[in-house]
Design a protein around this ligand. Structure first.
Ligand code: HEM
Length: 461
């Protein structure tokens, strides 16, 4: 059978679709999929990029044909100065080795043990809030999730380094976005203000990480955190070099906080604009927790909360796009993709596909019944990717988001400033930009964190 035809977005005679994509990638993607269907191609710079929201093709890329697919060179180059050869940009044999060494650190038992820290840090944040004051919920979430990652993965409170890490992250992300959004990016050696700032930021981050590694190499105790696991992990080739450890730590700090923080920010927004869902979630929480702090065992009693998180990840997935490269000529789902072409999968576009999700622009946590999930084709909902390159922190993130959101629902009223409409910036992760997500602190009547009625900060399971 001849391959299925793939519609082409022609764009500009010289640049192809480069500018259309870079001007506003999210808008371009959503509109182009509506216009051309589930697979279309356009030229970005000199290469052919295929944009895909067909579940069968996505599942083939993620799962069944994963061994013929690699990370695109352009993505590796973009991440290199920052993440080096960490898990996200790594590939082939080196990725397999690193993945095998690190994966046991994300074993359910280890991840479950992080729950009390997540709950306690959230309550700590809320205790610092004052009734009636205005806060930027996005900033609160970025600070909270960074603190959680630092404590759970590296057993450090980042108390002294938090500002360094925050500022450095901001500058690095800024430079990466600039690089990704400029058709012909300024080379990194060019002494522009932004490049100089990025080099300084990288030095600062490297300093923090080198100190963490050196301290851990001196004191070889297993502290139960992920870093202990990584420092001790060995295979037939020995353990990780300091350079590889640095790359993996940087990857985990980066992959492990902004994504979660932004998903929570969107969940807050979607709930604040759908107050009937808030009431339902609060009722479930109040009944299940009876004023006590959440422990990991409670999560099974909070199915509606989980549905709210899943629905937020459908509507506003933090990782709104990810890329792969065809390692050879491929025939997937009846389409032909030549070797070397870029395959772009967008959880944002898949989540808005009306073929699989009724009322795709709505916020309907109720849709996530067991029957609905069973009937959903594989590849139709991929906020964490799937297959061998599935997000390593998926369980960690799902637990963290439910604990944080659950603790918030238990204690405060979810709201945003009257009439505020957030921006939607499809940057490294989908975020509301500089204007953030302004909200007013409104404690619920009888909020446990205010009354101090919790029996202990970490309730026995
Ligand atoms: C809502 C939160 C999160 C979302 C939506 C998310 C999504 C994703 C996606 C889509 C990928 C695949 C990217 C690609 O292949 O290009 C990925 C990879 C990864 N994520 Fe996450 N992530 C989240 C949270 C986390 C957390 C909390 C951690 C760590 C604690 C983490 C660690 C990683 C790592 C290490 C990889 C690379 C896995 C590999 O290729 O072997 N993520 N994530």
């Amino acid at each position: 059978m001849p391959p299925k035809p793939i519609p082409r977005h022609e764009g500009h005679w010289l640049w192809g679709g480069t500018f259309d994509f870079q001007r506003n990638p999210a808008e371009f993607l959503l509109e182009a999929h509506e216009k051309y269907g589930d697979v279309f191609v356009t030229r970005v710079l000199t290469g052919q990029s295929y944009f895909i929201r067909d579940p069968e093709v996505i599942n083939a890329i993620n799962v069944t044909h994963a061994k013929h697919i690699r990370k695109p060179k352009v993505v590796k180059q973009m991440w290199k100065p920052f993440l080096g050869n960490g898990l996200v940009p790594n590939d082939g044999e080196s990725w397999r080795r690193q993945h095998k060494l690190i994966m046991p650190g994300f074993h359910k038992r280890r991840v479950d043990a992080y729950a009390p820290t997540m709950a306690e840090y959230t309550r700590d944040m809320v205790r610092g809030w004052v009734e009636g004051e205005q806060r930027d919920f996005r900033k609160e979430m970025v600070a909270l999730t960074l603190r959680v990652v630092a404590k759970t993965l590296f057993d450090t409170d980042l108390a002294h380094d938090s500002k360094t890490v925050h500022d450095a992250m901001e500058h690095i992300v800024e430079a990466l976005i600039d690089h990704a959004q400029t058709p012909i990016p300024v080379p990194r050696w060019w002494p522009s203000k932004r490049n100089r700032r990025m080099v300084k930021a990288l030095d600062a981050m490297d300093g923090v990480i080198a100190r963490l590694i050196a301290a851990r190499r001196r004191d070889m105790r297993d502290r139960g955190d992920l870093m202990s696991h990584m420092v001790f992990a060995t295979d037939e080739e020995g353990g990780m070099s300091d350079k590889q450890l640095r790359d993996e730590l940087m990857t985990l700090i980066f992959a492990g906080h902004e994504t979660t923080a932004h998903t929570l920010t969107w969940a807050w927004y979607l709930m604040a604009t759908n107050l009937d869902k808030v009431a339902k979630a609060q009722q479930e929480i109040d009944q299940a927790l009876d004023g006590e702090p959440i422990v990991v065992e409670d999560l099974t009693k909070l199915p509606y909360l989980e549905k709210c998180v899943k629905e937020s990840l459908r509507r506003m997935p933090a990782v709104w796009i990810y890329g792969r490269e065809a390692g050879e000529d491929l025939r997937l789902g009846g389409y032909f993709f030549p070797k070397g072409s870029i395959l772009a999968i967008s959880p944002l576009a898949t989540g808005r596909n009306a073929k699989y999700f009724d009322d795709p622009e709505g916020f309907r946590p109720e849709r996530w019944t067991r029957e609905f999930e069973r009937a959903l084709p594989r590849g139709a909902y991929v906020p964490f990717a799937a297959g061998p390159r599935v997000c390593l922190g998926k369980q960690f993130a799902m637990m963290e988001m439910r604990i944080i959101l659950g603790t918030l629902l238990q204690n405060v009223e979810i709201n945003i400033l009257d009439g505020f409409v957030p921006d939607m910036l499809p940057e490294i992760s989908l975020n509301p930009g500089e204007r953030g997500m302004p909200m007013k602190v409104r404690f619920r009547e009888g909020a446990p964190v205010r009354l101090g009625t919790e029996s202990s900060s970490v309730r026995a399971a």
